[in-house]
Design a protein around this ligand. Structure first.
Ligand SMILES: [Zn+2]
Length: 300
């Protein structure tokens, strides 16, 4: 990871974030800065669908995804499904704290108190960033991306539930077909690849909901679809006490979902109360990539 971080810093120093205030665009392939091709090429497993894909690009093209999955009907909806990672492959006292930054109207603030606490206590975490949040917080993104304590992951381009039929979650209409599933993943993936110099390893859908066909598409693109096993802040609605009690009760191997885009919520205070308790009980915290393989060879 040291080489990757060096690459990040090199990219940042080169001004690769200049496009941060542009609206997100949907593209069909990733681009990689020329400064780090060796890092990008070594960080992902070539997909069987598209073995010649450029470094950092999805393992399948949009046309291939539409051809293979466009006619399939979903049978499941929720936080599970084929290839979906809900917890860590361990029962030891290890917990992955993950924080979503969903972006968009009402969702683009930055919980600096939360991040400052994690830095102060040197608590690693995985940050799922939506493209719209990056638009609104270019300086914060730049700083977070340069810190080894934090792993940057993909929280989508428009923050849509991942559906092939337009199914909604929490009143947010989902993607409507296989092509839109591809766009939701690939748009922000291309952007993060450009900004970080390496492709993000993990994807979480807006609202974390997906259907089983969409989950298979994410796998075919070479990404790991991650949801959670513990809802730590109730979508940034919990009081500090609720966050503290919920996170403190997380068993070993948990992936805890919270939010870093609602500084008015109880999340920061609750996390600050839970972490010392968990550390005192012998728990340690990891980034997802510390426990999970990254990008994958599609098999479905
Ligand atoms: Zn979100």
């Amino acid at each position: 990871m040291i080489a990757s971080r060096r690459a990040v810093l090199a990219v940042l120093a080169a001004g690769a974030l200049a496009g941060c205030d542009r609206p997100a665009t949907l593209v069909s392939g990733g681009t990689v800065t020329s400064a780090t091709p060796h890092v990008a090429a070594g960080s992902r497993t070539p997909g069987i669908v598209r073995p010649g894909a450029p470094p950092g690009a999805p393992a399948a093209t949009r046309a291939q995804v539409v051809a293979r999955y466009g006619h399939l009907r979903p049978h499941a909806w929720g936080f599970g499904g084929p290839g979906v990672v809900r917890d860590l492959p361990t029962s030891r006292r290890v917990i992955a704290l993950t924080f979503d930054a969903c972006g968009g109207p009402g969702g683009s603030r930055y919980d600096q108190a939360l991040i400052s606490f994690l830095r102060r206590r040197e608590v690693p975490a995985t940050l799922f960033l939506n493209s719209r949040w990056i638009d609104a917080n270019p300086a914060a993104f730049r700083q977070l991306a340069g810190e080894p304590l934090f792993e940057i992951a993909n929280h989508g381009t428009r923050h849509l539930p991942l559906s092939v039929t337009g199914r909604s979650a929490y009143g947010i209409g989902g993607t409507r077909n296989a092509g839109q599933v591809y766009d939701e993943v690939a748009g922000n993936q291309a952007r993060l690849t450009r900004l970080l110099g390496v492709p993000p390893r993990f994807f979480r859908a807006g609202t974390a909901y997906s259907d089983d066909v969409a989950a298979r598409i994410v796998t075919a693109m070479g990404d790991r679809l991650v949801t959670f096993s513990v809802n730590g802040d109730g979508g940034a609605t919990f009081t500090p006490g609720q966050v503290r009690s919920t996170v403190t009760a997380a068993p070993g191997g948990s992936i805890v979902i919270c939010h870093m885009n609602h500084p008015e919520s109880g999340t920061a205070q609750g996390i600050a109360a839970a972490v010392p308790r968990l550390l005192a009980s012998g728990y340690r915290f990891v980034r997802l990539s510390d426990q999970l393989d990254g990008r994958i060879s599609p098999s479905s």
